[in-house]
Design a protein around this ligand. Structure first.
Ligand SMILES: Cc1cc2nc3c(=O)[nH]c(=O)nc-3n(C[C@H](O)[C@H](O)[C@H](O)COP(=O)(O)OP(=O)(O)OC[C@H]3O[C@@H](n4cnc5c(N)ncnc54)[C@H](O)[C@@H]3O)c2cc1C
Length: 627
């Protein structure tokens, strides 16, 4: 076996991931841990300052309720999420996040984040819930607070450790194992409670950008389904695994469209000039009541554009020039003011990209795009898993302790596995938490996890023989490469193994063609999904033949295994839900309508680690009374 030193770390609370929700967990848990003499340990596969989906920065905080200024209520937010998710959301979780999110935003400001304010000192809104920020250093600021909190409580942070598997003691999570992405070290983390916050997943589906463009995607390439893998393999019940997210973005560099739609009030049109949201308005009747209420759910907006593309009316365009012209027109009688306004709008347009998707600015520059002169192409991206944004996939977690919710079996945000908590993209059915809501959810999850440790935390019971077995399995791709790579003159062609890229492309091909990817125009059906599952049997069999020539490739092998489990949960749940509820995200051509009688419910799944079987179940949707 590859000669990796084993490093053991014992802690009370283990935080897996270092993104927005992990920083929330760390900030709050460290406070309560210090009071109770407990240790907090955080493990990130990257470096905390620039890890996760916010690595590059953001131009807006997408969830701010504004209770302080009487702008909205938490109930308003619950109604908004219910509407956007076509009626399927865990309202207890959404409410819990909404009532904590404003204080999180105020903390961000206290820690040094510049939130735009107007001449009266009020926050500048991009839309009803969004605040404009100077967000290039957003992640660094939030990470610094987490680091300080952990240091103050005497905890530890491990960076560049890739977490692979959970450690289990029956239906209890007692830690995790992983390996360093820099040194030959295998890590065993033993913990009384563990919080999974390892983000969502990208590259499960074949991306539009392949070959030289590979790695360019809307969702950052470093989150690879580890939250889903970890919770599924622990035996946790999962929810909304069918609810993927497909954003419509500027094509090929995936630049954000929020500022264009919300701030500049831009229109999206087909190549023939029709505004699909207006031309295809009648279609919304088929998706009542959600299609007829405002705001129109993101998936339905996508869907109307997709209908144009299906009808041969593509490409689609964002009418940038028209939008900028309209705003500047208010100054048309004042030539100096007009010029100044146009300049201001231009710089806002570019800044939007430079804050969070620099590659889009490169692409515009490379293609000589002048947004003030000509429209720019937009397109539906390949599907992603991001439960904190407009998707909803994640673990099924316990509701807040002080709310009269039917979904309550333990501590807030604990999964159905004892001692295993989830937040951010890792917790399901509570979309639209975004960066701020993920941090807020992290905070109360961290507090609940410490409470669990104080009240129930026993020393972790670890089966060392099992750990040795897992270590051998994790390092096996390195051994396989050493054993067989000399068999051929070209190491990438070998009858004894396959490499991570070959394996990933096979996974992506299955997902793309059978599970409703770009090639299949986001459509699938029972027969296609069943065929995907047949091919998955062979894919999983061949995963035993993965080979890695170095630590970097070993990480890629395991990232792809994590994707496979996210993919399987997705296929099984789309197969289980015999209706089409989120056209624009995916369309089941054999059950093309929404069926509220049978499917106004959560579709949950669970992998049983003891038997290796999957179970599917329906769970009722509960609405907060009076909301
Ligand atoms: C393109 C894009 C644009 C967005 N725009 C906005 C916006 O404008 N405003 C807004 O408020 N929100 C926005 N969001 C949403 C926001 O980024 C997420 O809601 C938030 O980051 C989710 O937090 P998280 O902790 O769940 O995941 P992340 O912040 O992504 O963190 C995941 C963490 O897990 C780590 N990790 C992953 N796998 C492993 C592993 N195996 N072992 C150890 N560590 C691991 C990663 O390194 C990272 O530290 C956007 C998201 C995306 C993708």
């Amino acid at each position: 076996m590859a000669n990796f030193e084993t490093v053991e770390v014992t802690t009370d609370l283990l935080i897996l991931g270092g993104g927005f929700s992990a920083c929330g967990v760390a900030t709050e848990a460290a406070y309560w841990a210090k009071k109770n003499g407990l240790k907090v340990t955080l493990v990130d596969k990257a470096a905390l300052d620039r890890s996760g989906a916010v690595a590059m920065g953001l131009s807006a905080i997408n969830q701010y309720v504004g209770v302080r200024d009487g702008e909205n209520t938490c109930e308003d937010y619950v109604r908004y999420v219910r509407q956007d998710l076509m009626g399927i959301s865990r309202e207890d979780l959404v409410y819990n996040i909404a009532r904590h999110v404003d204080s999180t935003v105020h903390l961000f400001e206290k820690w040094g984040l510049k939130i735009w304010t107007d001449e009266d000192g009020k926050y500048v809104h991009e839309g009803r819930w969004q605040l404009m920020i100077n967000g290039e250093s957003y992640k660094i600021i939030v990470a610094e607070a987490a680091k300080n909190a952990i240091a103050d409580a005497g905890g530890e942070i491990f960076e560049r450790i890739f977490i692979v598997e959970p450690l289990l003691d029956g239906n209890k999570c007692v830690g995790a194992v992983g390996f360093s992405t820099r040194e030959e070290k295998f890590y065993v983390f033993k913990a009384k409670a563990t919080v999974a916050t390892m983000g969502g997943a990208v590259h499960v589906f074949r991306p539009r950008s392949v070959g030289e463009g590979f790695g360019r995607s809307w969702y950052p390439p470093f989150n690879t389904g580890s939250s889903a893998y970890f919770t599924i393999r622990s035996g946790a019940e999962m929810t909304c695994q069918e609810v993927r997210f497909i954003p419509v973005r500027f094509k090929d560099a995936y630049g954000p469209v929020g500022a264009w739609f919300l701030l500049f009030k831009s229109r999206a049109i087909s190549a023939e000039g029709g505004e699909y949201m207006a031309v295809r308005k009648e279609e919304l009747n088929n998706w009542a009541p959600y299609g007829l209420a405002k705001p129109i759910p993101a998936n339905l907006r996508n869907y109307l554009g997709m209908l144009d593309v299906d009808a041969g009316l593509g490409p689609l365009y964002m009418e940038t020039a028209e939008a900028m012209q309209k705003i500047a027109d208010a100054f048309k009688d004042d030539p100096k003011g007009y010029k100044k306004k146009v300049k201001e709008l231009e710089s806002e347009a570019w800044e939007d990209f430079l804050d969070m998707t620099i590659s889009q600015a490169h692409l515009w520059a490379a293609l000589n795009v002048k947004p003030e002169e000509k429209h720019s192409e937009i397109a539906a991206c390949e599907p992603y898993f991001i439960g904190s944004h407009s998707g909803a996939s994640g673990a099924w977690v316990s509701g807040p302790e002080d709310m009269d919710t039917p979904y309550k079996w333990g501590y807030a945000n604990m999964t159905t596995v004892n001692g295993l908590f989830a937040a951010g993209d890792a917790s399901g059915a509570s979309s639209h938490k975004f960066s701020s809501g993920s941090h807020a959810e992290g905070r109360f999850t961290g507090k609940a996890a410490i409470k669990y440790i104080v009240e129930k935390g026993a020393d972790p019971n670890i089966d060392n023989a099992k750990v040795d077995e897992i270590k051998a399995k994790i390092l096996a791709p390195l051994d396989r490469y050493t054993e067989f790579s000399g068999f051929t003159t070209e190491p990438s062609v070998n009858p004894n193994y396959l490499q991570w890229r070959q394996f990933m492309e096979r996974l992506q091909k299955i997902m793309d063609e059978y599970a409703g990817g770009v090639t299949a125009a986001f459509k699938t059906s029972k027969s296609n999904l069943e065929r995907a599952l047949e091919l998955f049997v062979f894919l999983k069999e061949d995963s035993e033949k993965l080979a890695a020539d170095d630590i970097y490739s070993l990480e890629r092998c395991w990232e792809n295994m994590h994707r496979v489990w996210q993919a399987e949960a997705h296929i099984r749940t789309m197969l289980f839900r015999e209706e089409t509820r989120w056209p624009g995200y995916y369309f089941r051509s054999d059950t093309p309508k929404m069926d509220d009688v049978n499917w106004h419910c959560f579709a949950n799944c669970r992998f049983d680690p003891a038997t290796g079987e999957w179970e599917m179940s329906k769970k009722d949707v509960w609405n907060i009374p009076g909301v």
